[in-house]
Design a protein around this ligand. Structure first.
Ligand SMILES: N[C@@H](CCC(=O)N[C@@H](CSC=O)C(=O)NCC(=O)O)C(=O)O
Length: 283
């Protein structure tokens, strides 16, 4: 199926709903992009709310749809799942000079790059906040009720986007998020490369900085496993906990014994995250 702006590349029936993959030309990212959508059965007869899921380093739109097992509960609750890619892709899109996994392709960090040669394509913040919802709400049976969640680099993206756009979402959550990127190796590398050396420009993309100053942030749920090999050096969960205390935000930040950084952790708790978001999406 080709609508005016979306080309469907695959569709499968899943828990009575539809798991669909689309391509489209992104004017924000200046390239063709793929993304996945799960439409619950309720979307056959009404516009449904949507949870945007932002994936982590090395992922595409397919990691969450294939590994998290979110569709059964999303179908029950009547929530669409929107699963974008993690960076611009294709000919002419610059990558990390050494092909490293933590910068460039698969590692867009949900920022608007200002540094060349990345500024032309790496505008994942605007893509997620503006272009994708505008497109999808025009083309698919989606209401304007949105929630946002993600994992690791995508958890960072979900928290930053939720904290900066509380009028656009009803709740936010994250698994193993990079909580304080201005103070961890992944974040310092990404922000130097995409934003340059002026660290004052980095603050707008740091969830701990934003939460510490937040007036009335969205309802927030975070899960972090203790057996995660990236915790605490890359993820800095303690900074988010301190920021929530500082601002008095109602944040449920749970440290889970025994769990690691993998999609097995996400699969274990995704039902709780979906039910958490449903309270606000349906309210
Ligand atoms: N290859 C890297 C680690 C890559 C990795 O663990 N990616 C995570 C997200 S990490 C933060 O954003 C992931 O979700 N991978 C995909 C999956 O399906 O598990 C290394 O070797 O260290």
């Amino acid at each position: 199926m080709t609508t005016s702006a979306l080309t469907k590349v695959s569709e499968q029936l899943c828990f009575g709903g539809k798991q669909i993959r689309f391509t489209h030309t992104s004017t924000v990212l200046n390239c063709d992009m793929q993304f996945s959508v799960f439409l619950p059965p309720q979307a056959e007869t009404q516009a449904v709310p949507a949870l945007y899921w932002l994936s982590g380093l090395t992922c595409t739109d397919e990691n969450f749809s294939a590994k998290a097992g979110a569709q059964r509960v999303a179908a029950e609750l009547g929530i669409a799942l929107i699963m974008p890619d993690t960076s611009p892709r294709g000919d002419g899109v610059p990558d990390d000079a050494d092909g490293a996994y933590d910068f460039g392709l698969g590692a867009g960090f949900y920022v608007n790059a200002t540094r060349e040669p990345f500024a032309k394509h790496y505008r994942m913040y605007d893509y997620i906040v503006s272009e994708l919802p505008q497109l999808l709400e025009a083309e698919l049976p989606l209401s304007a009720k949105r929630a946002i969640s993600g994992h690791s680099m995508g958890g960072h993206g979900a928290l930053v986007i939720g904290l900066r756009n509380s009028e656009r979402y009803s709740s936010m959550s994250a698994f193993s998020p990079i909580c304080n990127p201005v103070n961890c190796p992944w974040g310092i590398k990404a922000f130097s490369g995409y934003l340059g050396d002026d660290k004052s420009q980095w603050q707008q993309y740091d969830a701990s900085v934003l939460l510490a100053a937040a007036q009335d942030p969205l309802p927030l749920l975070v899960d972090q496993g203790i057996a995660d090999n990236f915790y605490p050096e890359q993820l800095r969960t303690e900074s988010l906990i301190a920021a929530a205390k500082q601002s008095g935000a109602k944040a449920d930040i749970r440290i889970q014994a025994g769990y690691d950084h993998s999609y097995y952790f996400i699969a274990s708790f995704i039902e709780q995250h979906l039910r958490f978001h449903a309270k606000y999406l349906m309210g």
